[in-house]
Design a protein around this ligand. Sequence first.
Ligand code: SF4
Ligand code: SF3
Length: 536
Amino acid sequence: MSDKMFCYQCQETAGGKACSVSGVCGKKPEVAKAQDLLIYVTKGLCAVTTQLRAENKIVKVRINRLVTLNLFTTITNANFDREKIIERVQKTLIAKKRLLAEVDDKKTLPTAALYSGADVEIGVLATADEDIRSLRELITYGLKGMAAYLYHANALNFDDEKISAFMQSTLAKLLDDSLNGDELTALVLETGRVGVAVMALLDKANTETYGNPEISKVKLGVGKNPAILVSGHDLRDLEQLLEQTEGTGVDVYTHGEMLPAHYYPKLKKYPHLVGNYGNAWQMQTTEFEKFNGALLLTTNCLVPPKESYRDRIFTTGAVGYPACKRIEEVDGKKDFTELIRLAKKLPAPTELETGEIVGGFAHEQVFALADKVVEAVKSGAIRKFVVMAGCDGRHKARQYYADFAKALPKDTVILTAGCAKYKYLKLELGDIGGIPRVLDAGQCNDSYSLALIALKLKEVFGLDDVNKLPIAYVIAWYEQKAVLVLLALLYLGVKNIHLGPTLPAFLSPNVAKVLVENFGISGITNVDNDLKDWIG
Ligand code: SF4
Ligand code: SF3
């Protein structure tokens, strides 16, 4: 196994090519290699579970969840704890060994299924052919995104064996050297199809558990109580924390992708869920410092914490950092006592800003406004919708998205989801006849809402093709959940998506060409040019 790391799974990869010395995200080579190993042994386990299913044997939910969490653990900015990752490798190997004993026909199993720790070439570069490697990684990253969505649905007791079976058989196929480019391309589209299914499952889980998001005002200022800041995407973690902090005098604030929690009836009912603090994930290095209180990271994105606030961070679920305390789930529950105890001893947050923002425009809420929206389109008051969803990030190039939003003509409406929204949600872009010009549907996990809204508009306008709608897609990506959302949109037939701030480094020229030719995917240039071309 080579000593160097190789990772190009996110948008911020070094030099737009690959992190090969150390991760721009802070991932060290030993962590990167542990993650590669975890992916490899998970593929091996999946070859075994796929064979078991082929022999009509049942794969336990526990095993499905092991695979899901393994994938989620390797998503960008989730887990930097090598020891914990190696523990997962060992757990996976033990599970695989047990399951292997149940397989009748072992002849067709690949080497990885029999792997028990020997030194074999794993990692991304183990696939020599640049195009095959590109397709394999595109699928792997889509599956990592799928695992994140499935994990959140699982946390609310929603599950789907078919989705797990797909994830596992697909991971197993990535070990199969007989698959050619066309077969892998077909698998990319299949990943998009199942991507839609997993997003629908999570939407059902969220809305049936917490109610449909409602138009809500969220406070940006702070109070005088000691407080806990919750980041990441896990609503169940937040709910448990809200239950356990009730009546303690500790306030709870959201950070980054947790903001949309304020839109759910069953979460916003807690009076001590007081507001949203700060902005998107990359701002945490300054904002966590100023928050003063205790910090809970439920999922990505974690930036390796500065010493000034490291001892205030607790991680849980897929997240991990060696120096931070962890909260494990025991019998379906998490005990936040230690976190709350710490919060009580700490000063109240330093105010960053005041005022409020409005969100909660998920599918049901927008459907309720459908008549108004259709009327505005027919009268010409709304000329175009611009789906500006996805991720935020550190690169200066992302200023493009704030500038683009500001420069959009006043008769356009932005539909957003994901942490990309922080580039324009606070801009006061006004409204069109009472319809705000930025409609926030929620987390990246709620991107499904944007697809449903597009399909609904297609229906009410009686169109036969979603691409005939007055919608432009300007998607900012960073990590692998965005990859899955992109594949899901392609599966739904959406064409001409403008992806930025740069195209993925893991797309080889040939694979990029396939995406451009078949789906019209393109990058961004500059605001003036792009506005002219896309909005007119
Ligand atoms: Fe580099 Fe992104 Fe991989 Fe981190 S996740 S090592 S920044 S490519
Ligand atoms: Fe953001 Fe990580 Fe992608 Fe959930 S929090 S959208 S980057």
